[in-house]
Design a protein around this ligand. Structure first.
Ligand code: CP
Ligand code: NVA
Length: 309
């Protein structure tokens, strides 16, 4: 049994194995309908329990299809209906019950410590479905999408991030270290990653650089990533923050600095950080990106269950 909490704590060879498995599984499902079960139904009889403390559309749906396609089933808990959220039950006791009734637990939380607490008391795998500090299932799936579209290993590509230094970027940073790809980050000076992340980056790689000039950050990029400037539960002066990010909007003018065949990716939902013209253009692969989450999350589930081939 393996947990899937942060990319930085998972060996690179395991992350690569997950992507390779997802490629094979996606190929094997050509012409399958959404609920058709994969050959051998490797997770037959298994229950994935999901809980979202924050909104979700894609993560919820993609985990639903992922476990179903592997032959298992899923149940989504509403935190406001549990004793836990009202302080009427501990994480320790909740985790014991989850471990008795379910076979894996996917948690989207507003508190990283909760993931660690649950991990301590669960005897089933826990998957991080987004936390304030990371969004690992999203980024692993995005590595898959980049390689699928570009038809080369991500290590040979220039990846650029324009936008807020948030949970999704933290996972992209971890991926850059694990998969050894060049990552250029473009953000306003006063919104750079915090000191802890900067010193982590410095100790691990020289392939990541940060620019306060967005044109420099996207220079020769094969892929431009972005995300909402204001994340869920971001406790900032929103107007002020949006103002600082105005010159970091992804538009036709900016994208000219990237490679001619540069693609645009965004985990969604989107805000004003990308111009409609780019978002709806051929360069934008956001729908393929979202759809791929099912495939990669299936392989993440198999990894957690120790069933990755
Ligand atoms: N990208 C993503 O995680 O979307 P949801 O918040 O809708 O799950
Ligand atoms: N950074 C965003 C990602 C949403 C999928 C957030 O945390 O709200």
């Amino acid at each position: 049994m393996k947990h899937f909490i942060n990319l930085k704590d998972i060996p690179a060879k395991d992350l690569r194995k997950i992507i390779t498995d997802a490629k094979k599984r996606k190929l094997a499902r050509k012409n399958f309908s959404n609920l058709q079960i994969d050959r051998l139904a490797p997770l037959k009889g298994k229950l994935l329990i999901q809980m979202f403390e924050k909104s979700s559309l894609r993560t919820r749906l993609s985990f639903y299809l992922a476990i179903k396609q592997l032959g298992g089933s899923t149940l989504t808990l509403r935190p406001d209906e549990l004793h836990l959220s009202k302080g009427g039950e501990s994480i320790q006791d909740t985790a014991k019950i989850l471990s008795n009734f379910g076979n894996a637990f996917m948690l989207r939380t507003d508190d990283d410590k909760k993931l660690e607490e649950f991990r301590k008391f669960l005897s089933i795998p826990i998957i991080n479905g987004l936390s304030p500090s990371s969004h690992p299932t999203q980024i692993l799936s995005d590595v898959f999408t980049v390689e699928e579209i570009k038809k080369k290993p991500i290590t040979n590509l220039n990846i650029s991030w324009i936008g807020d230094c948030n949970n999704v970027l933290n996972s992209l940073i971890a991926a850059s270290i694990k998969f050894s790809f060049k990552l250029t980050i473009g953000c306003p000076k006063n919104y750079q990653p915090n000191k802890k992340i900067l010193s982590y980056v410095k100790s691990k790689t020289n392939k990541i650089s940060i620019f306060s000039d967005p044109n420099k950050a996207v220079k020769d990029a094969d892929v431009i990533f972005s995300d909402k400037v204001i994340s869920m539960n971001d406790k900032v002066n929103k107007k002020n923050k949006l103002k600082h990010f105005r010159k970091f909007k992804i538009n036709m003018k900016l994208i000219k600095y990237a490679k001619k065949d540069c693609i645009f990716l965004h985990c969604l939902p989107r805000g004003e950080e990308v111009d409609e013209k780019i978002f709806l253009s051929k360069r934008s692969k956001v729908w393929q990106q979202a759809a791929n989450r099912v495939h990669v999350q299936k392989s993440i589930l198999l990894y957690c269950f120790g069933k990755l081939r």
